[in-house]
Design a binder for this molecule. Structure first.
Ligand SMILES: NC(=O)c1ccc[n+]([C@@H]2O[C@H](COP(=O)([O-])OP(=O)(O)OC[C@H]3O[C@@H](n4cnc5c(N)ncnc54)[C@H](O)[C@@H]3O)[C@@H](O)[C@H]2O)c1
Ligand SMILES: O=C(O)[C@H](O)COP(=O)(O)O
Length: 527
C-alpha cells in the first residue's frame, strides 16, 4: 500500500479520502531537516503553508510521486526541483477563494471601525465610545491589485457596499474589469487615488516589495492597505515607518515576509492603525473541507495512476484535456518510444507533425507525450508528463512542431521524425476506431501494424527467399513470431519487415540477421 505523509493540519475529510488507497501518517511541525529524514518512505506528501518543501526534501523523497498543497500558494514548495524529479505538484486553486476574500473584507471593515481595539478596550473594563470613531467604506475608492479569483470576489462584494472600484492587473482585460465594476488603471494612479488598497496577487520577483517607502509616499494620508495575499509584497519596515509617521492611515495584514512573524517585528508594536492576523485567510471550516477534499482526491488519483486535475507543473495538461486527448497521447507516446529506439541514443531533434483533425487540437500535450515516449527507453519511469519537457531541454533536443489540417487518407495522423546516433528515422501512426493504434509507415515504407511489446525491424532488399531465411533463423533460436508485415515502395527495391515476436530477441541473433544476404539493417524495439 502506498504511504502518504500529511505534515500540516488538514481536515479529516482529506485524511478519509487518502485512507481509501494509502497508509496515512500525520506528523506536523517538522523542520525541513526532520522532514528530509523521513520523506524517503513516502509516495505522497500533503501540506499547507506551514511546511517548507526544499530541494533537500525533494532529493530525499526518492519515492515521492506527488506533493499536494491543500490551498492555493505553492511558494513554500521548490516546484522547479519537483518538476526536474518528475514529481507532480497539485493545489486547490479555488477551494479557499471565498474564505480569503471574506477575510480581506472583514479586515477592511475592522480597520475602518477599530473593532479589534474596541473589543479589547471593553474587555478591559472600559466604555470609551469617543476613542473609536471610525470611517465608512460607502462611496470610498477601493483599489484592487490583482483581479483574479479572490480579487474579483472582493470587488463584487465591495461594489455592493457602495464602493468605487479601481483595479490593477496586467493580465486582465479592461472588459473583464468593467464587468466587475472596476476601472482598470495603472498602479501609480491606483496608489494615488485609492482610500483602501487590497492586494490579491502572487508574490513573484516583480511583485516583491511592490509597496515600499517610495510608493507609500504617493498614497493619501487616509489610505488603508489590506494584504491577505502574500508576505513580502509589502516592505514591512517601510510600512511600519509610514504608519507611525501618519503617511497612511492603516494596514491590516494576514501574511508576512517571514512566517511565523518574528517577535521583534516593528509591525507588532503598531497601535490601532494596524491589524495583524496569523495567516487566517483560508481558515474557515468550509474552505478547509474544500481544499482537503480537492487535494486528497488528486493524490488518490495520481497514486492510482490517473491524472491530477490541478497540477501546477504539468504545462497545458489539464485533466479534462488529458481525458479527451488520451488516445492521441498514447499514440504519440508509442510512436515516440518507437522512433527514439530506431534513432538510437543522443537524440538531437524531434519533429512532431500533426495531420488532419489532430492538427486542430492543442499540440502541447501531444508534444509532451511524444517526448515522454522518446525518452522512456533511456529514462524508464523517471520520465513522465511532468518532466518530459525539462528532460528534453536539458538534453538539448530541438523540438519542431508542424501542423497540416488537410485530411490525407486518415482523418488524423501523427508523424515523428527523430535524429539520433543512428541517423534520421521516422514513424507515422493513426488511431483506428478512435483508439486502436496502427503504425502506418516506418522511414516512409508503408506498413499497417499494431505496435506490440517486442518488435524486430529489418531494412532489406526486396528479393525472393529473404523472408523465409529470417523466419528459419528466428525459429532456430526458438523465437516465436506472432505477426509479420513487409512494406516496400517499389518492387525489388528496398523494403522493411516488421515482426512482432513473443519474447525479447536472444543475445547474438541480431548479428546473425544482419549477416543474411540482402539485409541492410536490423533493429529490435521493446515498447
Ligand atoms: N491569506 C490566505 O490565507 C490566502 C488564501 C488564499 C490565497 N491567498 C493568496 O492570494 C493571492 C491571490 O489568489 P487568487 O486565488 O485570487 O489567485 P489568482 O491567480 O486567481 O489571481 C491572481 C491575480 O494576480 C494577477 N497578477 C499577477 N501578477 C500581477 C502583478 N504584477 N500585478 C497585479 N496583478 C498581478 C494575475 O493576473 C491574477 O489575475 C495569491 O497570492 C494567493 O497565494 C492567500
Ligand atoms: O495559499 C493559500 O491557500 C493560503 O495562503 C492558505 O494557506 P494555509 O493553507 O496555510 O492556510
Amino acid at each position: 500500500m502506498p504511504k502518504v505523509l500529511v505534515s500540516d493540519p488538514i481536515d479529516q475529510a482529506g485524511i478519509d479520502i487518502l485512507s481509501q488507497v494509502a497508509q496515512v501518517d500525520v506528523q506536523t511541525k517538522l523542520s525541513p531537516d526532520e522532514l528530509a529524514n523521513i520523506i524517503g518512505d513516502y509516495d505522497a506528501l500533503m501540506i499547507r503553508s506551514g511546511t517548507k518543501v526544499t530541494q533537500a526534501v525533494i532529493d530525499a523523497g526518492q519515492n515521492l510521486k506527488i506533493i499536494g498543497r491543500a490551498g492555493v500558494g505553492v511558494d513554500n514548495v521548490d516546484v522547479p526541483a519537483a518538476t526536474r524529479r518528475g514529481i507532480v505538484v497539485v493545489n486547490s486553486p479555488e477551494g479557499n477563494t471565498i474564505a480569503a476574500a471574506e477575510h480581506a473584507l472583514a479586515m477592511m471593515l475592522s480597520l475602518s471601525r477599530y473593532i479589534p481595539v474596541a473589543d479589547q478596550s471593553v474587555k478591559a473594563g472600559e466604555w470609551n465610545r469617543k476613542a473609536f470613531t471610525g470611517v465608512e467604506v460607502y462611496k470610498k475608492t477601493l483599489g484592487v491589485v490583482g483581479l483574479g479569483k479572490i480579487g474579483s470576489h472582493v470587488a463584487t462584494v465591495a461594489r455592493a457596499l457602495g464602493m468605487k472600484l479601481l483595479a490593477y492587473d496586467p493580465f486582465i482585460s479592461a472588459d473583464r474589469a468593467e464587468k466587475l465594476g472596476c476601472r482598470l488603471v495603472e498602479l501609480d494612479l491606483l496608489f494615488r487615488e485609492a482610500d483602501y488598497i487590497t492586494l490579491h496577487l502572487p508574490k513573484t520577483p516583480e511583485t516583491a516589495n511592490l509597496i515600499n517607502a517610495k510608493t507609500l509616499a504617493t498614497m493619501k494620508p487616509t489610505t488603508r492597505i489590506i494584504n491577505c495575499a502574500r508576505g513580502g509584497i509589502i516592505d514591512e519596515v517601510a510600512l511600519a515607518d509610514a504608519l507611525s509617521k501618519d503617511v497612511i492611515a492603516g494596514a491590516a495584514l494576514d501574511v508576512y515576509a517571514e512566517e511565523p512573524l518574528g517577535p521583534d517585528s516593528p509591525l507588532r508594536s503598531l497601535d490601532r492603525k494596524a491589524i495583524l492576523t496569523p495567516h487566517l485567510g483560508a481558515s474557515t471550516e468550509e474552505a478547509q473541507i474544500n481544499v482537503a477534499t480537492d487535494v486528497a482526491e488528486q493524490i488518490r488519483d495520481v497514486l492510482l495512476g490517473l491524472p491530477a486535475k490541478s497540477a501546477v507543473n504539468i504545462p497545458g495538461l489539464r485533466a479534462d484535456v488529458m481525458e479527451q486527448m488520451r488516445p492521441y497521447l498514447q499514440l504519440a507516446e508509442t510512436l515516440g518510444n518507437l522512433v527514439g529506439q530506431l534513432a538510437g541514443g543522443r537524440i538531437e531533434s524531434l519533429n512532431v507533425q500533426m495531420q488532419g483533425e489532430l492538427a486542430q487540437k492543442d499540440s502541447q500535450p501531444v508534444v509532451i507525450a511524444a517526448l515522454k515516449g522518446l525518452l522512456s527507453h533511456a529514462l524508464q519511469e523517471r520520465v513522465n508528463y511532468v518532466n518530459a519537457n525539462i528532460e528534453a531541454k536539458e538534453r538539448g533536443i530541438h523540438v519542431i512542431e508542424t501542423r497540416d489540417t488537410d485530411v490525407k487518407g486518415y482523418t488524423s495522423s501523427l508523424r515523428l521524425t527523430a535524429v539520433g546516433s543512428l541517423g534520421e528515422h521516422s514513424v507515422s501512426g493513426v488511431l483506428l476506431g478512435g483508439s486502436e493504434i496502427r503504425v502506418t509507415d516506418i522511414d516512409e515504407f508503408p506498413i499497417n501494424v499494431p505496435p506490440t511489446k517486442h518488435m524486430l525491424f529489418t531494412l532489406h532488399r526486396d528479393m525472393p527467399g529473404i523472408i523465409g531465411k529470417i523466419g528459419s533463423l528466428l525459429g532456430s533460436f526458438n523465437v516465436n513470431i506472432a505477426s509479420m508485415q513487409v512494406g516496400r515502395k517499389i518492387v525489388r527495391g528496398d523494403a522493411v519487415m516488421v515482426l512482432s515476436i513473443d519474447d525479447p530477441l536472444p543475445e547474438g541473433i541480431l548479428d546473425e540477421i544482419t549477416k543474411v544476404p540482402g539485409i541492410r539493417d536490423a533493429y529490435t524495439v521493446s515498447l
